[in-house]
Design a protein around this ligand. Structure first.
Ligand code: ADP
Length: 505
């Protein structure tokens, strides 16, 4: 099915995967067509060419997947010991490492990201997440509690808690880090003993389907992992509303997050939400300016700016403003854009035409509201005209009230603004409905910690930006969502506590 401009470089296994006529749904042990028989196309955003045809899951397929997950959860999976679960996750990590090049190429072709970022960022993190949670399987314990029972003087009880799995977890994930998001859910969900129904984003279903194959190859019992690609309004909504799903873990836009919460009300399933951001990246006058310049650049342009943690509002102290914004714009102009598989490319296309138009719409709104374009500001042309490329764009003369300073753009577009002092920049940094991440650059240690205390964000980076790790909790405050992924917090997020009383009287 595949043709791409860069096909000759394809890993043979990636080529073999892409050659499938239809990429089917993983339900239980079987690869199935959608019950409706419908399919949809996934395209290479660098060229607009069709990359594959994918079975289009909807409510009927979600029902079947949830049934398979429930049967596995109550049956075979419940008999697998914690240590065996750990071994299975480690085996999956081995397979992810063994097939890293293939997975990275699929990711690059489907999402657009440059191959270096996929190979050096997404893939190692995937393996690490699996190993981190493999280690947790044997350490998910409860506590014994010294209860007093004041209304029963002298009574003796043993009280203990057990951390139990939730049951069937639905994961609805976005297209910006398709494999990483899938693994970030799968690893703790399975480590805690749950079964999973994964709904990848319709723009990027391929790597999740390949991950499904690897799960079976690793020996994870059938039904523990089900993968149902499909559209948000059908497959996603059906999963969010499903009466036999115990939890939804959602990453995506804030508006869709609200829909997921509403849909969860039927059976009061648990929900965790990792939503949008409009994150401040703050450079004080006393910062290591070279490091800060790299942080500003990476903060906004990594993954074409399609990260929920994009440092899309950069605040630079007025004394350094002109120099820093000028340097950022010059660097942005030099970024070599191209197809992600080309090792010369430093920035790929946006994921889809819809996304490109959304981003270009924001660029236009910035221009109309009076902001000044220092770099970029257009769709890329020439040899890139067939793909969904937007030039890396730097805006100055931005007011806090402008849409480009308030709304999540999810593209390579940054608003750079000067500030005078700490109190002012803290208030402005906190002045959006979002609160996902924030970056601060200063050599003054007290100022750094004061800022870390004052910033309303789930993650604060001091003198660094865009670092994530399997062990470090991730999630937001305010309208960036609730709940945390990664780290020990995800173990809590995918288990519930049972309180057991034993009468010793
Ligand atoms: P975007 O608009 O950038 O595609 P979304 O937040 O809409 O971001 O998408 C993130 C994920 O949520 C995708 O897997 C998408 O299919 C899914 N989704 C979209 N709408 C809904 C919905 N109403 N209910 C559940 N999932 C949805």
């Amino acid at each position: 099915m595949t043709t791409t401009a860069t096909a000759p470089q394809l890993n043979p296994k990636a080529a073999e995967f892409l050659a499938k006529k239809v990429h089917k749904l993983l339900i239980g042990a079987d690869w199935k067509d959608a019950a409706s028989g419908k399919t949809f196309k996934t395209t290479n955003p660098a060229t607009g060419e069709v990359l594959g045809v994918v079975a289009e899951g909807d409510k009927a397929d979600v029902d079947a997947a949830v049934k398979a997950a429930r049967a596995a959860y109550e049956g075979a999976w419940s008999k697998v010991s914690p240590s065996e679960r750990g071994k299975l996750l480690n085996r999956l990590a081995d397979l992810v490492e063994k097939n890293a090049e293939e997975l990275a190429q699929l990711e690059t072709l489907d999402n657009g990201k440059i191959i270096g970022e996929a190979m050096k960022g997404d893939l190692p993190l995937c393996a690490d997440l699996l190993r981190y949670y493999a280690g947790w399987t044997t350490k998910i314990s409860g506590e014994t509690t010294p209860v007093s029972v004041p209304y029963y003087p002298g009574a003796k009880f043993l009280h203990y808690t057990v951390r139990e799995p939730l049951g069937v977890v639905g994961a609805i994930i976005p297209w910006n880090f398709p494999l990483l998001m899938a693994v970030e859910r799968l690893a703790p969900v399975l480590a805690c003993g749950n079964a999973l129904v994964l709904k990848p984003a319709e723009q990027t279903p391929l790597s999740a389907l390949r991950l499904g194959e690897l799960c079976l190859e690793a020996g994870i019992p059938a039904g523990v992992v089900n993968v149902v690609p499909g559209f948000g309004a059908t497959a996603g909504a059906a999963l969010a509303a499903h009466m036999d799903v115990d939890k939804i873990s959602f990453t995506g836009s804030t508006d869709t997050g609200r829909e997921v919460v509403k849909a969860s009300a039927g059976n009061l399933k648990k929900v965790s939400l990792e939503l949008g951001g409009k994150s401040p990246n703050i450079v004080f006058e006393d910062a290591d300016l070279d490091a800060a310049a790299r942080g500003m650049f990476m903060g906004i342009f990594y993954n074409q700016g399609q990260t929920c943690s994009a440092g899309s509002r950069v605040f630079v102290h007025e004394s350094k403003f002109e120099a820093m914004v000028g340097a950022l714009a010059e660097r942005a102009k030099k970024i070599r854009q191209g197809p992600g598989l080309d090792p010369q490319s430093k920035m790929g296309p946006l994921v889809s035409e819809v996304q490109m138009n959304r981003v270009l719409g924001y660029v236009e709104s910035g221009k109309k509201e009076g902001a000044k374009v220092l770099a970029g500001g257009e769709r890329a042309s020439g040899p890139l005209a067939n793909g969904w490329f937007v030039q890396p764009t730097v805006f100055t003369e931005v007011k806090d009230s402008m849409r480009i300073a308030q709304e999540e753009i999810f593209g390579p577009v940054v608003a750079v603004m000067p500030f005078k002092d700490e109190a002012e920049v803290l208030a402005r940094a906190n002045g959006t409905p979002y609160g996902l991440v924030a970056g601060v650059w200063t050599k003054d240690i007290k100022k750094a910690f004061r800022m870390a205390q004052g910033l309303k964000a789930g993650v604060v980076w001091l003198n660094c930006y865009q670092f994530v790790d399997a062990a470090a909790p991730w999630g937001g405050t305010k309208q960036s969502g609730y709940g945390r992924e990664k780290g020990p917090d995800a173990v809590h997020a995918y288990t519930q506590v049972k309180s057991v009383w034993v009468d010793l009287n």
